[in-house]
Design a protein around this ligand. Structure first.
Ligand SMILES: NC(=O)c1ccc[n+]([C@@H]2O[C@H](COP(=O)([O-])OP(=O)(O)OC[C@H]3O[C@@H](n4cnc5c(N)ncnc54)[C@H](O)[C@@H]3O)[C@@H](O)[C@H]2O)c1
Length: 337
C-alpha cells in the first residue's frame, strides 16, 4: 500500500485539524470521506480543501471498501462504539483521546481489541510535541539520572461550553487524561496510587454538572517517582502548559511557547509575550506530527506510540482520581483492575 485512504468521523475542532493536517502535511494520505451529522456546515468548511464525499452517517465510512483507515474525532461518549465498529470493519484507526468516557467501556475495549490486525492510535499529542519530546530525550539519555519528581501544569485560557462539560466525562477523564499519559510516557512506569481533589471556583454550573473546574492529582509511580499535576479550566493569560522533571543528576523544564522570544526590559517591568492562546496554536505541530506518525505506522507496519493499552491505563488513573476526589482518600490502581 503506497497511499492510505482515509475517512474522518466528526468534523468539529479536532476533526478539522486532523483533516487539514492530512491534506497539507501527509502526502501519503488521501482523505476520501467526511462524516458528520452537520452536513451543510461540513460541506461549507471543506469546500476550500478539495473534493470529498460528505455524509451524515458515520457507518458509510466503515462500509466503503476503498477506505483503509478512519480518524475518529467525535464526542467522547461515541468513541467506544465507533472504535469497535471500525475495528470490526478492518479499518486502521486514529482516535481522539480519551479511549472512552468511563472505565467500564475502556476495560471492555482493552480486553477485546488486542491482536486485532489493525493499527489503533490514541491521540495523545503531547508525546509528539517538541518540548515534551526534548524532555523525554533527556530522560532517555540518562542525563537526568533516576527520575524522582515530575510536575505538570495544564490550564485552559477560557471556560468550556457548559453543554460540553456535561458530556465530557469530567475533568479527570476529559482534561487531566493528557497529564496521566504524560506521566506514564515520561517515566516509562505505571501509576500505582493516586490522590486527587478538585474545587469549583470558576463557574457554579460546572459544580451542578457534578464536575470540578480546578483540580490536582499526586501520582505515585511503580518505580517510586512522584508526579504532581495541577489543572484549571481558565487563565487570564493564555494556555499554560509546563512540565518539569527532576532526577538524581539534574532537572529539565519545558516552559510555555510564545509568539516571539522578545523580552522588553524597562524601568517598570521586564515583559515577554503571553503564552500562545490555546491548543490549536500551541500544539499545531504536535497534531501534524501525530497524524503523520499514524499514517507511517500503517504504511511501514511500525508500532504506534500510544495504543489501546495507553488509552486504558490513563483511564484507570482518571477513574482512581475521580474516586479519590469524591471520597477524599488515596486510591490504589490495583483496586480497579
Ligand atoms: N488532543 C487534544 O488536545 C484535544 C482537544 C480537544 C478535544 N479533544 C477530543 O476530541 C474529541 C472531539 O472534540 P472536539 O473539541 O473536536 O468536539 P466538537 O464538538 O468540536 O466536534 C465533535 C464533532 O462530532 C460531530 N458528531 C456528533 N455526533 C456524531 C456522529 N454520530 N457521527 C459523526 N460525527 C458526529 C459533531 O457534529 C461535531 O462536529 C473529543 O473526544 C475530545 O476529548 C482532544
Amino acid at each position: 500500500m503506497e497511499t492510505l485512504r482515509i475517512g474522518v468521523i466528526g468534523l468539529g475542532r479536532l476533526g478539522r485539524i486532523h483533516t487539514t493536517n492530512l491534506i497539507q502535511h501527509v502526502p501519503e494520505a488521501k482523505v476520501k470521506t467526511l462524516a458528520d451529522p452537520r452536513v451543510d456546515e461540513t460541506k461549507k468548511w471543506a469546500e476550500r480543501l478539495g473534493d470529498f464525499k460528505i455524509t451524515a452517517n458515520w457507518q458509510d465510512v466503515l462500509e466503503d471498501p476503498e477506505i483503509d483507515a478512519v480518524v475518529i474525532a467525535s464526542p467522547t461518549t461515541l468513541h467506544g462504539e465507533m472504535l469497535k465498529a471500525a475495528v470490526k470493519a478492518k479499518k486502521h484507526v486514529f482516535m481522539e483521546k480519551p479511549l472512552a468516557h468511563n472505565l467500564e467501556t475502556a476495560r471492555e475495549l482493552y480486553k477485546n481489541l488486542k491482536d486485532t490486525g489493525v493499527k489503533i492510535q490514541i491521540a495523545f499529542n503531547r508525546r509528539f510535541d517538541h518540548n515534551f519530546r526534548k524532555v523525554k530525550d533527556f530522560i532517555d539519555s540518562g542525563e537526568l539520572g533516576e527520575i524522582h519528581l515530575i510536575r505538570t501544569t495544564s490550564r485552559d485560557p477560557h471556560l468550556p461550553d457548559i453543554e460540553f462539560v456535561k458530556k465530557s466525562g469530567g475533568i479527570f477523564f476529559d482534561f487531566m487524561i493528557h497529564e496521566f499519559d504524560t506521566a506514564r510516557f515520561l517515566t516509562g512506569s505505571e501509576v500505582v496510587e493516586v490522590y486527587a481533589g478538585g474545587s469549583v471556583l470558576l463557574d457554579p454550573r460546572i459544580g451542578e454538572a457534578g464536575d470540578f473546574d480546578t483540580a490536582y492529582a499526586i501520582l505515585k509511580m511503580e518505580n517510586g517517582a512522584i508526579c504532581a499535576i495541577d489543572v484549571s479550566r481558565k487563565t487570564t493569560y493564555g494556555y499554560d502548559q509546563r512540565v518539569e522533571v527532576f532526577g538524581s543528576k539534574g532537572c529539565a523544564r519545558a516552559e510555555n511557547d510564545r509568539a516571539t522570544n522578545v523580552i522588553v526590559s524597562t524601568e517598570a517591568a521586564v515583559c515577554s509575550d503571553k503564552p500562545l492562546y490555546y491548543f490549536p496554536q500551541r500544539y499545531m505541530q504536535s497534531f501534524a506530527n501525530e497524524i503523520r506518525a499514524f499514517v507511517e505506522s500503517v504504511l511501514e507496519d511500525k508500532d504506534v506510540s500510544a495504543g489501546v493499552e495507553a488509552g486504558y491505563y490513563s483511564i484507570l488513573v482518571a477513574r482512581a482520581a475521580d474516586i479519590s476526589a469524591k471520597e477524599n482518600r488515596s486510591v490504589k490502581i490495583a483496586e480497579l483492575i
